[in-house]
Design a protein around this ligand. Structure first.
Ligand SMILES: C[S@@+](CC[C@H](N)C(=O)[O-])C[C@H]1O[C@@H](n2cnc3c(N)ncnc32)[C@H](O)[C@@H]1O
Length: 347
């Protein structure tokens, strides 16, 4: 796609900031401050019903460059020790999501759940298959989508996750929904080691924001296929990098926070009174050890090769969904592209 001149400038500024982030002259506090600032610059416009103003993004990034340069000049001497968390990626992920999910307010949790139906309905897809369905939610986290499935008529939902931190958080949330909770079973399981009795057992399998965190994503989609009954429906949402500045900004945040332990970022953001959902997003994007970003064609070919059919790309969404915004506004297409993609498909 023909790049807008502001987008070219945005890339250049992100490059400069990433170079600065690799230097060791910044305190942890400043790294967190800047990661939060970058995320606000890129994410705040997604919640307003007008096209993103690219010139404003450029000017805000220039302010960041200006600030980092001043700090680097002022701090010639590096006194900072690199004591980043050096945990095994699997354990980091289990811990991260337990902590990250706990940040959302009850309202944000409930909204997150309602987005599931909104996205399908706004894409003109029929969701009546959920009525009376036996559902499986892979990588359920705090079980917001499991809750949504019950609201949409599922007779039962099994939510699996390999993190006990997440399942504790899911149980705490579901305490507030006793009627729905009666239909939801939460199991501590690794998607790569699902029990044989799950084979062909479900009418609907969901993998929301899950597959892109797996070391072997294809095995994750294959698990969806295996657990589905013939004719059953499946839903997946994954990150996609269409070559827009959005993911370069996320890379910059990851670079900034690399030396900063997760707990320190969490406590600092909380201290700044950053909203729970923002803390969740900053920690999620910056600290997850595995974050694949796929090409749309690759996802579609892979699903097809596994044996799925009727693969529908979701074109509708809610206000902050890049797919919707990119369709509505040219500047958003330039800044975000389709950075998250969703599919409904069948076995
Ligand atoms: C970004 S969260 C998505 C949570 C939920 N689907 C949602 O959208 O609200 C990814 C979840 O996958 C879980 N997870 C990652 N790898 C897993 C694995 N191998 N087996 C089971 N769960 C896993 C994490 O613990 C985390 O809760």
């Amino acid at each position: 796609m023909e790049k807008n001149r502001f987008v070219k400038e945005i890339y250049g500024l992100l490059e400069i900031l990433t170079g600065s982030a690799r230097q060791s002259g910044f305190s942890w506090d400043f790294r967190i401050f800047l990661a939060h600032r970058i995320f606000r610059i890129f994410s705040a416009p997604r919640f307003v019903l007008q096209p993103v103003d690219l010139e404003q993004v450029v000017n805000q990034l220039k302010d960041c460059v200006d600030l980092t340069e001043k700090i680097l000049i002022a701090k010639k001497k590096n006194k900072e020790a690199d004591i980043a968390d050096k945990r095994d990626p699997e354990i980091s992920m289990q811990y991260l999501y337990g902590l990250a999910w706990a940040q959302q307010s009850d309202r944000e949790y409930y909204h997150g759940a309602s987005h599931f139906a909104d996205r399908l309905l706004n894409s003109n897809l029929d969701i009546s298959f959920l009525k009376g369905a036996k559902c499986l939610d892979l990588g359920t986290g705090h079980a917001r989508y499991a809750l949504a499935m019950v609201h949409l008529g599922a007779i039962s939902v099994v939510g699996i996750d390999f993190s006990n931190y997440c399942l504790d958080e899911a149980r705490r949330r579901l305490n507030f929904y006793p009627k729905e909770a009666g239909k939801i079973k939460l199991l501590l399981k690794d998607v790569y080691k699902l029990p044989k009795n799950m084979n062909g057992a479900f009418d609907f399998v969901c993998a929301n924001g899950f597959i892109h965190h797996l070391p072997d994503p294809v095995r994750g989609w294959q698990a969806m296929f295996d657990c589905l009954k013939k004719g059953g429906h499946a839903f997946t949402f994954v990150f996609a990098d269409g070559g827009t500045p959005w993911w370069r900004a996320i890379d910059l945040m990851r670079e900034l926070l690399r030396p900063v332990p997760l707990w320190f970022s969490h406590k600092t953001l909380e201290g700044y009174e950053v909203s729970g959902n923002q803390i969740f997003n900053i920690l999620d994007y910056s600290y997850t050890p595995i974050q694949h970003r796929f090409e749309r064609g690759y996802v579609e070919d892979t699903l097809h090769n596994i044996g799925f059919r009727e693969i529908h790309f979701l074109t509708g969404g809610v206000i902050h969904d890049s797919v919707l915004r990119s369709r509505l506004f040219e500047t958003d297409r330039q800044l975000y592209g389709n950075s998250e993609i969703r599919y409904l498909f069948r076995k």
